[in-house]
Write a protein that binds this ligand. Structure first.
Ligand code: DAH
Length: 357
């Protein structure tokens, strides 16, 4: 594969650098999380927030033992710049680099994934990553035997503390989950407004990942990754992920570093307008290619894309999608939406080789 699948819209997003505005809700949340960790473990963690989101396939996948045929590597899921270079799909891409020079770190950054379109998915979002390792030789022989349990206990204690700091006194539960770069891998869920919600992934570093980071086999330790938007939507009461990218003062002026965490007051909700589009697809069709095209044409006016129908007739397959348009900032006119939908139809025919029905 030689051609990049990065669109102008994505390039624009890579330049926004939301986290460099200290009054942005994502930065306010980050400060709260960093302060908690520094207060609980004084002098232990260093922080770094300026890694470039362009990374090697090796850093994003290989070093982390993500299998060559893992679906997350496919160009339908990941933005490739060229065969060997991607927009990072997670901040874990920097763990090996961080561990080369430090034994404990926290870092944040923007990450990119091709995905569906709804109020909680956006092709760019932000993660906070942490890692901490210890050298076994600094422990007594008896303690060395239990190094693994020690890391797990530390991990759970730290992350439950961090979740409680941000979400208050909520119920929590731990789940096993598989991530190739840790063993075991775990997820933390919290009970939020009567629902269980997954809030982070974490685990004990796989020994091979530590070797890839240049650490000797004496080292062991813990890692975790947190989706900042997911936390921020709950703690600030922000209903739609597109709002984080808004430049509307009615959004931005509600937040400040000095005020800390405050509840978002929604400005009036503008009406929704939807349009359906149905088409036959060619043999090779990726839903994410269609979603990307909708983003390209409709930008942030698209709130959600629903697949409302899919059927096959002979060797032909048909899809129907409902595109929901809503601006967070103003009323949309019918003409404007008709025009967008018209362009979407034309571009889908030209770029995706679909046949409109
Ligand atoms: N990188 C994972 C993701 O984006 C999240 C994650 C899971 C990070 C486990 C970690 C970890 O450091 O140990 O889905």
């Amino acid at each position: 594969m030689s051609i990049s699948n990065i669109t102008p819209k994505i390039i624009e997003l890579t330049k926004r650098k939301l986290l460099s505005n200290p009054n942005h809700p994502l930065s306010i949340l980050r400060s709260k999380m960093y302060s908690f960790v520094h207060k609980t473990y004084p002098g232990v963690f260093i922080t770094k927030d300026d890694y470039d989101p362009v990374v090697g396939v090796r850093e994003n996948f290989d070093n982390l033992l993500i299998a060559p045929d893992h679906p997350s590597r496919r160009p339908s899921d990941t933005y490739y710049i060229d065969e060997n270079t991607v927009l990072r799909t997670h901040t874990t891409a920097h763990d090996c680099e961080m561990l080369k020079n430090h034994n404990a770190f926290l870092m944040t950054g923007d990450v990119y994934r091709r995905d569906e379109i709804d109020s909680t998915h956006y092709p760019a979002f932000h993660q906070l990553e942490g890692g901490r390792v210890w050298n076994k030789s600094e422990f007594s022989f008896a303690a060395q035997e239990k190094a693994h349990d020690f890391a797990l206990t530390e991990l759970k204690g730290m992350l439950e503390g961090l979740a409680r700091e941000c979400f208050g006194d909520v119920e929590m539960r731990w789940y096993d989950n598989y991530f190739p770069f840790v063993d075991p891998g775990l997820e933390l869920e919290i009970r939020w407004k009567d629902n269980w919600m997954e809030v982070l992934g974490c685990g004990v570093y796989h020994p091979q990942v530590l070797r890839n980071a240049g650490k000797s086999d004496d080292f062991f330790g813990l890692a975790f990754g947190i989706g900042l938007e997911r936390w921020a939507m709950k703690v600030f009461d922000i209903p739609d992920i597109r709002l984080f990218w808004s430049e509307d003062q009615r959004f931005l002026s509600q937040f400040s570093a000095t005020k800390g965490i405050t509840k978002f007051k929604s400005f009036s909700k503008f009406p929704l307008c939807y349009k359906d589009i149905s088409f036959w697809v060619p043999e090779k069709f990726e839903e994410n290619d269609f979603f990307e095209l909708v983003r390209e044409v409709g930008g942030d006016l698209v709130e959600r894309v629903e697949k409302t129908d899919k059927f096959s007739k002979g060797d032909k397959t048909s899809y129907c999608f409902r595109v929901n348009y809503r601006s967070m900032e103003r009323n949309l006119t019918n003409e404007e939406i008709d025009e967008l939908q018209f362009r979407l139809r034309e571009k889908a025919v030209a770029d995706l080789k679909i046949t409109l029905r």
